[in-house]
Design a binder for this molecule. Sequence first.
Ligand code: ADP
Length: 431
Amino acid sequence: MSPRLIFWISNSVRMLLVIIGTVIASSMWGITWGLFLGLVAMAVLILMQLFYLQRLADWLDNPRSSRLPDGWGAWTDIFSRLYKLRREDEKNQTELTEWLARFRQAMTLLPDGVVIMDDVLFLEWCNPAAESHLGLSLIQDKGMRVTNLVRSPEFMDYIILGRYDTPLTLSFRDRKLITHIIPFENRRQILVTHDITESERIDMMRRDFIANASHELRTPLTVINGFLEIASLQPELDAATRSAHLKLMSEQGARMQRLVEDMLTLTRLESMDHLLRTETINMRVMLEQILQEAHALSAGHHQVTLDFNGPDIRGSTDEIRSALTNLVTNAIRYTPEKGTIQISWTNGNAGPKFTVADNGIGISPEHISRLTERFYRVDKSRSRETQGTGLGLAIVKHVLLRHKATLLIDSVPNVGSKFSVQFPANAVIEA
Ligand code: ADP
């Protein structure tokens, strides 16, 4: 039965009862008493309705804190329906609050900046990423014009032109941002910012690397092509000149091979930041091998010594050998004849340490922080003379990164250099 029907039936029954009561009272005590009692009963009914109406009005004034009465007659049904409505409303409110909290949390975690502005660009809300991208502060800047906060001519032009269908690449506060304005609702706009500083830096590095690598490969190729041209144009060249040319060509070929090998090593190291497999490295065997190679490279022109006083470590034998060999080879290549190269392997509180100290040409302080960049050389011609690829220390840096070790460089021009590798204490293998 519909609530409306219940309401009408219950009220009609009540009225009917009053009329029947009036008729019975009239027949028992006369018409005057009958009407009087009927009126009293009607008055009671009306007062009851007024009482519940008043309670309803009180409740509507403050539905959250005041309680609805249980009701009487048709009011029972009205109140129970109001209760139901309120419960649903409370449930919806809770759901909405929870959803809003989740939405805010998602916006807080979003790496992209989101700024909500009104139609005249007054800041209404922004997330933490937007605060950091654009230097905003929601607490302080709310209600201020975004164009007064993001002071950039490029951004102003973008706003003035209003061509929001294409994003703007904005250079702002040492960052590169892709900014996009999206109008929404009737009078609001969202400004989205995406930080591309890091990817731009990587792209730039990649472009530089390709340019440098091409340049490095072009030089030996030019030399080889030059000699090949001479050989084809002057077939009657004497045997001594021809063999000298062949020797130079094979040197340039070897140089290209070293370059390609170093580039491949670097690419392999860069593609994985962490070591996949580690093994026990027998440091005594490895360092004695490196010492022998150093003697061979120096060909008796330097005094090379090894002070072995450290433990075995865990790591990749091939990678560590290649890094330490690079450092020792550099010490020989950049130390004039009769110089000394001291290699040492020690253990301390911070962990095991490898050091190679030379009394060679040394390095000026302004170059030191850049030595591990790819193709960075202090003196290009000297590096080429000594068969350098310019990639040695970049390879060392990557190998050490994968072993959580650090490279320390200490050098004074014309006095000498000290390259140390500090391994973490947990790399030690207890004897
Ligand atoms: P390269 O193949 O040119 O030697 P590296 O990456 O091994 O490239 O070294 C980068 C630069 O660091 C070298 O070109 C050289 O200028 C400098 N360098 C490295 N080791 C030494 C050293 N022991 N003494 C002086 N300069 C050094």
